[in-house]
Design a binder for this molecule. Sequence first.
Ligand code: 0O2
Length: 225
Amino acid sequence: MKDKGKNELLQMENFMIASDKINSSDETFNKLMFVYNAALKQLETKISILEDEFKFFYGCSVIDHTKTRIKKPESIIKKLENKGIDLTYRSLVENINDVAGMRIICPMKDDIFTIVDVLKGMPDVNIIMEKDYVTKPKKSGYASYHMIVEVPVQLMKQVIPVKAEIQIRTLAMDFWASLEHDLKYKTNNKISKKVSNELVKCAKIINKMDNQMITINQEIIGGVN
Ligand code: 0O2
């Protein structure tokens, strides 16, 4: 794993004074978001081709659907404030890895690791960090595989490596994470101990179900062959 190209985004032609304070209504901010958006387009294309390849050559689907998003300016600012980092463009580029985010939702738990392996084999996808919350879920019950990657964005006069976060999880994990996220949002992150214990229980049920689905799928495939 390499951690190169950290500041190349800051050296983009016609770009920015890196020490300037972030201002979501200035041109610099829009230019930066343009580049993050381009990185997401690259990833979307790669994953879409992968999806087609699995269907065409193997007659199976390892991806149910994908979602992308650019982090909202207020969330970027909040994250920098929480980390106690100054609110400059340099800080943003160097410390916020999930400005560009992609979620890959798989039917089966083992599909997650298939996708992880494929991504690791892509020569132009530089894996910067991985967190396997599938094998070892978070204390909250949250399960998902996270990768911080860097993809080259080809502009007219330069190629810029841009970071993005990819979260890979099953439909069931996504269901849990979405509901839990909404509950936390509704209660301003103040859910009771009782509710958080219930959520952990639900996450365990979901994990069991995901494992059972793999067994069922294997039985079906075994029966067909
Ligand atoms: P949002 O609004 O979803 O983008 P880091 O992001 O690296 O600074 P951390 O905690 O080390 O911080 O990263 P981690 O654990 O990889 O988690 C990052 C993202 O995973 C979160 O982004 C969430 O999207 C998701 N996530 C992590 N833990 C939970 C959880 O307990 N429940 C749910 N529903 N999602 C979780 P953000 O920026 O917090 O939020």
